[in-house]
Design a protein around this ligand. Structure first.
Ligand code: NA7
Length: 532
């Protein structure tokens, strides 16, 4: 039998959060091991290599803020970073801070169980190793477990099939190919225009039309960069005070949509449309709380879609019929325009459902589609998928899968009662995916480092959230979400994209209020947690 490797801290995942957590644990002088299933660092940006993959957050904000030299020296070419650029950046960070020696790559954690006698988490991995640590940090990502729908006949297809998050590292030659994309979320909206330019023919299978606004990507403005870098810390601090932890220089308009006249409303929306990106959704302060305001913004986008798409029948199919900004907002570069191309066809699978994948393509209730490549842009089992893939057992053998059978519950989005010394970075119940992920991750990593330092300094061996704190937190998250229109559509925030997944709204809106609460908990000696 191989000996058990013992550490102070084990981190699962070497993406943005796992890398920074490792950096902080080293600063505390703790022995730390990171377990990563990929062959290198990067997480989301390691896996999502589909053509057109790019971040929706402005480059000057989508980077670590913990090291002044790093943020001053790094240069981004465009408003939004591409996947290869972000992966290059994360590789640079791994090199610069010599992170790799503490990371086990190509290794998957299969099970983790808490040993109550000596307060250790014991982990087993797919290479047969056994490891143990006082603290276990799940840095497994919010959108990391791909969702591939079960379609009859998949195994018979003679062409090739890929999920957008499992794109081949060597790339894929699509010229001359007949390609299908299933799904029309962020990944699809980014890749469809690029694939349409490469492939002989593209068929898009749509379940829900998408509220998408132009990204308006462009080279970065050197003057703006110089201005930000002159006080990068101040820029970051101002961003952290925004509801989504970003865009303090283009904040949401603090005005209700229906409080201004129709002409003024149209002017504001047009101005924001031309600006591009997430600021469009901040045109008014009540888009997600007032149904009439939401409709006014949605109507504006409806007209835009109709003006872009030449065939009125296709424009109709591309026009959503649900609350705008309820699903995750999508940014595009020529998405709607792509449907004017003669080599692109849109299929509404609500009208003509997919029946099977056949050896030569795909069959709907109405037609057979001959295909060489099928792309699943069908998203992820978000927020809980990667965690529940691991058999996690807390005190008394309590399984996380059972504990979360009716949906995730926890305290502060950080810890689940019954699972002492185990923390989730950007877990459900925290602002996570409703925030600039970089900002949400740094806040969690820093809070956790302080907490772990406190534990060692005060000689505490165990920290566990109480059931009462959990119940109050879950009630708080529900109360905040219920104030909005966020429950009015079928989003992955709600788990609605995964058949059989409990319908529970997982992230918590409102980053600054959340940070205040976390800081308060820490200042009170970790109120709501039992330390022993
Ligand atoms: P998303 O946003 O979850 O999009 C997945 C898309 O796939 C969406 O249009 C889904 O329709 C569709 N889908 C899911 N399951 C099916 C099945 N079974 N059949 C047909 N269509 C399906 O994932 P993305 O990868 O685009 O984006 C994930 C995140 O990455 C994004 O939010 C950003 O944070 C970055 P639905 O809307 O569920 O009806």
């Amino acid at each position: 039998m191989r000996p058990v490797d013992r550490f102070d801290v084990i981190i699962v995942g070497a993406g943005i959060s796992g890398m920074y957590m490792l950096y902080r644990m080293r600063q505390l002088g703790l022995s730390t091991r990171v377990i990563e299933m990929a062959s290198d660092v990067g997480g989301t940006w390691y896996w999502n290599r589909y053509p057109g993959a790019r971040c929706d957050t402005d480059t000057m904000e989508y980077s670590y803020s913990f090291n002044e030299e790093l943020q001053q020296e790094w240069e981004w070419p465009e408003r939004y970073p591409t996947q290869p650029e972000i992966l290059g950046y994360l590789n640079h960070v791994a090199d610069r801070f010599e992170l790799r020696p503490d990371i086990s790559f190509n290794t998957r954690v299969e099970a983790a169980a808490f040993d109550e006698i000596d307060n250790q988490w014991r982990l087993s991995t797919d290479d047969g190793a056994e490891l143990s640590a006082r603290f276990l940090i799940m840095a497994t990502g919010c959108i990391s477990e791909p969702n591939i729908p079960a379609i009859a006949g998949m195994e018979t297809f003679s062409g090739s099939m890929y999920h957008t998050a499992r794109w081949p590292r060597e790339g894929l030659e699509l010229s001359g190919k007949r390609v299908a994309v299933i799904g029309t979320g962020s990944s699809a909206v980014q890749t469809i225009p690029v694939i349409a330019r490469q492939a002989a023919h593209l068929t898009v299978f749509q379940r829900s039309a998408q509220w998408s606004v132009p990204a308006h990507n462009r080279p970065v403005d050197p003057e703006m960069v110089a201005e930000i870098k002159a006080d990068y810390a101040g820029f970051r601090a101002r961003n952290r005070l925004q509801p989504a932890g970003q865009l303090s220089h283009i904040p949401s308009n603090d005005v209700a949509a229906m409080s201004v006249g129709e002409e003024e409303r149209a002017r504001i929306l047009e101005e924001r449309w031309q600006l591009g990106g997430f600021p469009f959704f901040g045109a008014f302060n009540d888009v997600l709380t007032d149904a009439e305001s939401n409709r006014a913004v949605a109507d504006f986008v409806r007209v835009k879609i109709r003006n872009i798409v030449k065939d009125p029948r296709v424009a109709d199919m591309l026009t959503p019929d649900y609350t705008i900004n309820c699903k995750r907002p999508v940014l595009d570069s020529g998405y709607f325009e792509t449907f004017n191309r003669s080599n692109v066809q849109l299929v509404d699978i609500n009208a003509t459902p997919i029946e099977a994948i056949t050896p030569s393509g795909l069959r709907s209730s109405e037609a057979d589609y001959e295909l060489d490549v099928i792309v699943f842009a069908t998203g992820f089992d978000a927020m809980t998928g990667a965690l529940l893939k691991i058999d996690i057992r807390g005190r008394g053998g309590l399984s996380l899968r059972e504990k979360w059978a009716a949906g995730p519950v926890n305290y502060l989005g950080l810890q689940v009662p019954g699972f002492p010394n185990l923390f989730t970075i950007t877990g459900p119940g925290s602002p996570s995916v409703l925030t600039n992920m970089m900002v949400a991750i740094e806040q969690h990593v820093e809070w956790l480092s302080d907490c772990i330092e406190f534990m060692f300094e005060h000689d505490h061996a165990r920290i566990e959230a109480s059931e009462e704190a959990q119940d109050a937190w879950v009630a708080h998250v529900n109360e905040v979400v219920n104030r909005s229109l966020r429950l009015s559509c079928n989003s992955w925030y709600l788990g609605a994209n995964i058949p059989g997944k409990p319908r529970v709204y997982m992230p918590l809106p409102g980053f600054p209020e959340y940070v205040e609460k976390c800081d308060e908990v820490a200042a009170m000696g970790y109120a709501g947690f039992v330390l022993s």
